[in-house]
Design a protein around this ligand. Structure first.
Ligand SMILES: C[S@@+](CC[C@H](N)C(=O)[O-])C[C@H]1O[C@@H](n2cnc3c(N)ncnc32)[C@H](O)[C@@H]1O
Ligand code: SF4
Length: 365
């Protein structure tokens, strides 16, 4: 049963130097309209699957570079063509410089009930260092407009580990985040992907990322500060007020089937993980010819599924069920080394463990 639908919108107003998401600075409206028509066609390819959608997530890129009407028209199309639950969570990722009250109102009327704002920081020096195109007050205005339009489930993204950022800077940021009427924070460690401008700067020594010790201190500060203000960490990078966890993202970590539409989107259906082409021209051409734009497929056998279960559960505060761990002595070592603890039959990572989650997962495979 497919419960989640991810829709990738690969357009942005600018390309941020750290970003390796599939997105293009591509402005012609006719092409955006053509892309949405192709999303509809692609959805039709899967009409024989068993759907009961509980979540739709518009991610990107920047969905909010689209006229809201394009999004709402597509949402109505989805609702007309597939079975959706009455408690559907619909999230739209929004850049703080784009949508205003009227736009949020249109989204709200079509059922959008969760907004995720790409804020990153409220300190201008961080926004400049990240090459962002918005100002702190754009996010404040977005939150106000969103609430005025009746959408009260709001996430703000935060990036930490920026060059020159101190723990005091981070605390100032957290103070502003928690003073706003939001329900959720996603905090990501700045990652320098190889093929991005930031990756090149880091490689040639022109941009300095913090060392492991500072990274851990930053993570602990975020965790302690947010928890003291009523935001609970339910996953490695995600904190929410009670009952405001992102249902859609939880599906990714808990073995629930989901379908992804659009360039570079991934799906997980009937033990198959498959991904679409990252090339937008190829995507358009294939879909228009009536061919699924899938480029990568992997069948998950029992062993692969167990490894995924270990890796994904370690991210969660609810932890990894001990029945998936073969080598109990490794678990005991990890506990002794201060990486995690055992609670109600689950192994739960502490911040020190979360910072080296990949290595820990491999030790448990
Ligand atoms: C698709 S973007 C959000 C919406 C919109 N595109 C924007 O940037 O305003 C998803 C989020 O991923 C995070 N992100 C992207 N690249 C990252 C990187 N290299 N390191 C850490 N976080 C990153 C940012 O917090 C970003 O807001
Ligand atoms: S971070 Fe967001 S706005 Fe910047 S390029 Fe990536 S998707 Fe686009």
């Amino acid at each position: 049963m497919i419960k989640g639908l991810y829709v990738h919108i690969p357009f942005c107003n600018i390309k941020c130097p750290y970003c390796d998401f599939t997105s293009f600075v591509w402005q012609e409206n006719s092409l955006k309209e053509r892309y949405i028509e192709n999303l509809k066609k692609e959805l039709k390819f899967y009409s024989d699957l068993d759907f009961n959608l509980e979540t739709i997530y518009f991610g990107g890129g920047t969905p909010s570079v689209l006229e809201p009407k394009l999004l709402t028209n597509f949402i109505e199309y989805i609702k007309r063509n597939i079975k959706t639950s009455s408690t559907l969570e619909i999230t739209v990722e929004v850049n703080p410089k784009t949508y205003r009250y009227e736009d949020f109102k249109l989204l709200k009327e079509s059922g959008v009930n969760r907004i995720s704002l790409g804020n990153q920081s409220f300190l201008e020096k961080n926004l400049i260092s990240l090459g962002r195109d918005h100002k702190p007050q754009d996010t404040i205005k977005s939150v106000e407009d969103c609430l005025k339009a009746g959408i009260e489930n709001i996430n703000l993204d935060l990036i930490y580990g920026i060059q020159g950022q101190t723990l005091e800077d981070l605390e100032k940021d957290l103070e502003i985040y928690t003073s706003l009427p939001i329900t959720h924070v996603s905090a990501y460690l700045l990652t320098a992907y190889e093929d991005t401008p930031l990756g090149v700067l880091v490689k040639n020594g022109s941009y300095n990322l913090p060392d492991e010790d500072t990274t851990l201190k930053m993570f602990e500060l975020i965790d302690e500060y947010l928890e003291s203000k009523g935001f609970y960490r339910y996953e490695l990078s995600n904190w929410s007020k009670k009952n405001y966890e992102c249902k859609h993202n939880i599906f990714y970590w808990t073995d629930v089937e989901f379908l992804g539409l659009g360039v570079s989107a991934w799906s997980y259906v009937e033990n198959l993980r498959f991904g679409n082409t990252k090339n937008i021209n190829e995507y358009m051409e294939l879909v228009e010819k009536g061919i699924k734009p899938v480029k990568f497929t992997e069948k998950l056998d029992e062993n692969k599924k167990r490894e995924e279960k270990i890796f994904l559960s370690l991210r969660l505060r609810s932890g990894l069920d001990l029945e998936f761990v073969k080598e109990r002595d490794i678990l005991e070592e990890l506990v002794k080394e201060g990486y995690g603890f055992i609670e109600n039959g689950k192994f739960v990572l502490l911040p020190k463990g979360l910072m080296v989650i990949n290595e820990i997962a491999v030790r448990l495979f």
